[in-house]
Design a protein around this ligand. Structure first.
Ligand SMILES: [Zn+2]
Length: 497
């Protein structure tokens, strides 16, 4: 047992008997396992040392303690809390330990292990190791992706870049739709970005092609090429992996007989999207009875298209145009918008045993769950969203919502100026209404708290629908969810399969 006093006067005790060595660090734990104490094995370069100290002060404040939603991000990062000087000129950082939701349960074969994204983004890891109860469903992965985008956006806003945004530095709980970025000492700030120093390791699978081309080994990892755009490549690989449990560039194409050269080409200079519509030379090869990788290797059945138009279009930018031109990569903000719109396109799968529980609405004539093959036949209601500036003219928001029983709508559905992110207070995160289905009478919308909701008749006459009122909804009906600037109108559309 060892006791140290941090620079802010906090006394921290850790057990010296067990330690984990990761790269340049030794990691110890406090007796109650609430803290992880990281000790750097060698004295650090002054610039790196100064930066780490700033991480626990200036940057911690910028990311977590500001009025602009700092609280929202408290659980999005495992941020170092304290710093201390240790024997031999070494530096120590004190981190909070991972939240229980990010640790595999004792009754699983991964008992006590951290739920790093690496378990979820590879078909083999996912199929063979992740216990069923920890697998979550499609809604959970979309939410986890959204939170990951928000975490990265927040880091960039504070002037920080991640030097290794990869599966092992991101914890995922797909059941709750939560993520947590760990190893925060791998970040770099403007203090370090002009030089090659820093602590992060190099994970080729997530590094942007231009970084791979400049350095393909941990030994010559040059951090000078890292920037927001290189992070956006890593982000896209993580989102793709979370939603489809495979890597977007690791297909069947072989570029060189030399293994290391082949790796450098397939992830760097010759990177080719496994689902590139104009070049099928890197498609994944699979056999239907390959239980380790199926169904995720079947890119014809579970193609990126099954994630709907918003995500499909961003993946094309990320893995076709954006591989060569970093400026074309979707930003974290663009991913957030696409993920939120995609959640609204989810329809429940009719097969109670379906692993993903939901799938993204498909256009007629066929509606088939890509994950289990369950067919949907019948009618479905879809809402098309429009918004206004002057309350006279409504323009399409390219945003649809698939109606299902007990589906809620939120303030951001009623008002185009609201978006579900850190700027919303708790009141604005609550539902404002929901849909309900009655076997005999059909579909209803129950207005819970929308103060200015109106029904619009064909004659363009309007009738108020007060909070607490339920109204029947039908094909082509128009509803104004909120009057005033940025208020939204929805039109109901029946889709038949
Ligand atoms: Zn299904």
């Amino acid at each position: 047992m060892k006791q140290v006093t941090t620079t802010d006067g906090t006394s921290v005790t850790f057990i010296t008997k067990t330690r984990v060595v990761t790269g340049p660090r030794e990691v110890f734990f406090s007796p109650d396992k609430s803290l992880a104490v990281v000790l750097y094995r060698q004295p650090l370069e002054t610039s790196v040392r100064d930066f780490l100290i700033k991480l626990t002060t200036k940057y911690r404040d910028l990311v977590l303690n500001q009025d602009d939603g700092g609280d929202y991000f408290k659980d999005f990062f495992c941020w170092p809390q304290h710093v201390f000087d240790y024997e031999g000129g070494r530096l120590g950082l004190v981190f909070p330990f991972f939240k229980p939701r990010f640790i595999f349960g004792e009754d699983t074969n991964l008992a006590g292990g951290a739920k790093t994204a690496t378990w979820f983004i590879s078909a083999k890891n996912f199929n063979l190791f992740v216990p069923n109860k920890d697998r979550g469903n499609l809604l959970g992965y979309l939410r986890a992706g959204l939170h990951l985008c928000q975490a990265l956006r927040r880091l960039h806003k504070a002037g920080l870049i991640h030097s290794d945004l990869s599966g092992r530095n991101c914890l995922v709980d797909p059941v709750g739709g939560e993520v947590c970025l760990i190893n925060i000492d791998y970040l770099i700030g403007s203090e370090l970005s002009a030089q090659s120093s820093g602590l992060g390791t190099f994970t080729p699978d997530f590094a942007a092609p231009e970084i791979i081309s400049s350095c393909f080994s941990a030994d010559n990892f040059d951090r000078r090429g890292l920037n927001q755009a290189s992070n956006y490549h890593s982000l896209a690989v993580l989102i793709y992996g979370l939603l489809l449990h495979r890597h977007p560039l690791r297909g069947s194409k072989i570029h060189s007989a030399d293994l290391s050269e082949n790796e450098a080409m397939l992830l760097g200079s010759k990177a080719l999207f496994i689902e590139n519509p104009d070049n099928n030379s890197n498609r994944l090869l699979f056999s239907a009875d390959d239980k380790d990788n199926m169904p995720w290797f079947d890119t014809a059945t579970i193609s990126v298209s099954v994630l709907g138009p918003h995500l499909k279009s961003l993946f094309a930018y990320a893995f076709i145009d954006g591989l060569k031109d970093p400026k074309l990569r979707p930003t974290a903000d663009e991913w957030e918008k696409a993920l939120v719109k995609t959640v609204d396109l989810l329809q429940p799968c009719g097969n109670p045993k379906c692993s993903m529980k939901w799938y993204v609405f498909q256009k007629p004539p066929k509606s088939v769950c890509p994950y289990c093959g369950e067919k949907f036949q019948g009618k479905m209601l879809v809402l098309d969203f429009y918004s206004t500036v002057d309350e006279k003219k409504y323009t399409s928001d390219n945003h649809q919502l698939v109606v299902s029983n007990n589906k809620y709508i939120y303030p951001w559905h009623a008002d185009a100026s609201i978006f579900p992110n850190e700027f919303l207070d708790s009141q604005k995160r609550k539902p404002v209404g929901y849909f309900s289905y009655d076997q005999k009478k059909g579909w209803y919308f129950v207005n819970q708290t929308l103060e200015s909701m109106e029904k619009v008749f064909e004659s363009n006459q309007k009738e108020k629908v007060g909070p607490g009122e339920a109204i029947k909804i039908f094909d082509e009906q128009k509803l104004i969810l909120k009057t005033g600037p940025s208020g939204r109108l929805v039109q109901v559309r029946t889709v038949s399969f």
